[in-house]
Design a protein around this ligand. Structure first.
Ligand code: COA
Length: 352
């Protein structure tokens, strides 16, 4: 609850609203039962506020944060609420890594994937091996992704890892699930994030689009494991809703739960052709100016991945980046499992 309370307090303090104006709360959490023997988080969070507004918990694996934001948008669009607090938190380090790996696997298919002994590093290891086979990506190239994310996290006081790492260190880090190594993986993390969405107040930011999409949970039920159609679907709908094109975007926070995911995401979102996502990371690593910022926060690799908080944290990072860069449009891309659920939000900075 400390993580939630800190995030909620920071969100209210940095907004123009008072706690009493909050009509509803959406709580994003995946692993409360596994890590803290705690469910019923909606009411627990509601009790933090003096007037105990109605509260709902939302779960969609590592994409829970985006789904909580989407639920909040539905409340606002329907007129059921005018001001909604969205908060996500995960406390993952109180239990063993084995317990976390098993807990996370409830987001995979219990009949098709879990009985084989797969874990999420294992699933993304298979995806990485297949991608390397199809596109000729080398181990050395893949290592650039985490090197860039760690470098981006260096100046982020909220990041779990602020140490710069070389691509060589990534390639030589302990093997986790071939070909993925320790430094290809987002870590086990504790964290919380919150934001307030309102139709009642002027704000520097407008949530211009909120879109979700689903896919088969089991990777055995997909025609390809090197592309995630849910990202394509959610992105297409979000761009339409915001009435912009990819070229308008200046900042992207994308779901790099494993290094290989970052490359697949850039391709599915339409920023690169299939097999060419790495070219953007080569440019970033070499310090070349890219058209838009990618995971300038450090992403999940640098910041950590407290699973249900991540999607909300991405939105807060975008707000910061758009302000610092004086840019207008940013996209947050958050998914659950191997992108069986995907949520995309487009943020617009309104004023100079
Ligand atoms: N990146 C960088 N360093 C990491 C790290 C990571 N992902 N994970 C652990 N470390 C560091 C620790 O800080 C520790 O450093 P220290 O010895 O200096 O203190 C060291 O590596 C060993 O940490 P440990 O906790 O023993 O690692 P582990 O082997 O138990 O766990 C993973 C490593 C990769 C297996 C674990 O982080 C993991 O499962 N990540 C994936 C989580 C996941 O699946 N999320 C859902 C995505 S869909």
């Amino acid at each position: 609850m400390d993580l939630i309370e800190e995030a909620v307090t920071a969100a209210i303090d940095s907004s123009r609203i008072t706690a009493l104006e909050i009509d509803a709360i959406i709580v994003s959490n995946m692993l409360g039962e596994v890590t803290s023997s705690q469910a019923h988080l909606g009411s627990l969070v509601s009790a933090l506020l003096p007037h105990r507004p109605p509260a709902i918990r939302v779960e969609s694996a590592c994409g829970s944060g985006a789904y909580a934001l989407h639920t909040a948008c539905a409340f606002l669009e329907s007129g059921r609420a005018k001001t909604v607090l969205v908060v996500g938190a995960e406390k993952m380090t109180d239990v063993s890594v084995d317990a976390i790996a098993a807990g996370l696997m409830v987001a995979a298919d219990s009949e098709e994937d879990r009985p084989s002994g797969l874990t999420f590093p294992g699933i993304f290891g298979l995806i990485a091996a297949r991608y390397m086979h199809e596109h000729g990506l080398t181990r050395e190239e893949l290592s650039l992704v985490s090197a860039v994310h760690h470098r981006n996290a260096k100046g982020n006081l909220f990041a779990q890892f602020r140490n710069v790492i070389t691509p060589e260190a990534v390639s030589k880090s302990p093997l986790v699930a071939d070909p993925l190594r320790l430094l290809d993986c987002s870590p086990i993390s504790d964290g919380g994030a919150a934001c307030i969405l309102s139709t009642n107040h002027e704000s520097e930011f407008r949530l211009a689009a909120s879109s979700i999409a689903s896919d088969a949970v089991s990777i055995t039920k997909r025609p390809s494991i090197t592309s995630f159609p849910a990202s394509r679907d959610a992105c297409g709908r979000a761009l339409k809703e915001a009435d912009i094109t990819l070229d308008d975007l200046s900042c992207l926070e994308t779901h790099d739960c494993f290094s290989i995911a970052a490359l697949i995401n850039l391709e599915d979102l339409g920023f690169a052709n299939p097999g060419e996502g790495i070219s953007l990371y080569k440019d970033l690593y070499e310090g070349k100016k890219t058209r838009f910022a990618i995971n300038a926060s450090g992403g999940l690799k640098g910041c950590g991945h407290p699973v249900a908080a991540t999607g909300i944290k991405q939105l807060n990072d975008l707000a910061k980046q758009l302000t610092e860069r004086e840019e207008r449009w940013g996209m947050a891309h958050n998914f659950g499992g191997a992108c069986a659920s995907c949520g995309i939000h487009i943020l617009e900075r309104m004023h100079d």
